[in-house]
Design a protein around this ligand. Sequence first.
Ligand code: SAM
Length: 250
Amino acid sequence: MDQYKELSKIYDALIPEPINFFQFYLEKIREKDNPTILDFGCGTGRLAIFLSSYAKEIDAFDISESMIEKGMNKLKELKIKNINITVDNFLTSQSFTKNYDFILLSGGVFEYFLTPEEQQQNLNKIADKLGNEAKLIIDIEAAPFISNNTTKHLYDSLPNKSTDEKTSKVKVYQKRAYNFEKQLKKDSLSVNLNGRYYNIEYISRYTYLQELRYLFEKCNLKIIAEYGDFLKNKINKNSQYYIIEAIKGV
Ligand SMILES: C[S@@+](CC[C@H](N)C(=O)[O-])C[C@H]1O[C@@H](n2cnc3c(N)ncnc32)[C@H](O)[C@@H]1O
């Protein structure tokens, strides 16, 4: 199911990047000269495009055709040559034959693995594709109620964007419902973007930090850093994110 079919139409105008999001990932990948990167769940390619001048090659893929279509158009427009962008399914695909210096699941991609089994299958395969000195980085929203996560659920102005969407006018009403047994959250957005209305729904899964630690270890991934935001503050009860950096375990 392409949860992003409707959202893809307005993703770039709607979804604000967290503070220091791009700089955080840039600093990480610059630990290596000319790294190769796998951008897992690249969406419309916002991060891959930003990183492309600092990388040798980026394989960017997403399960959503509509997000990739947007991404492809942007690459064409910007004439970027070192990003290979495709629709793909990591678990069933035969295309991921290389080892990468970095595997990135940015902007909450991990939250779309909706069961612990799916999380584990993906982490196992990721561990398999990580070279010996390579890094995996994921960011997810912090689990609700454990943290005082104060994500704004109602906002009426756009963050600064580098596209003409800067001048857009957007009003969003976001409702969130939880299934606590399955740790699922369903977001329903009513969006008015420049006078056009969109109703968008998507389901994602929240994961507790202890669970993440357990899963990573089980999948032979050794956590080397944990941050609560993109400014690299430690995780505490007010953290909005869990950002996990890992290498292959021994
Ligand atoms: C919130 S967006 C983040 C996109 C991008 N990484 C960014 O930072 O802007 C989450 C993306 O994950 C993709 N996704 C969800 N499940 C996926 C899967 N199993 N394989 C690949 N992509 C997936 C969605 O289609 C969506 O484009």
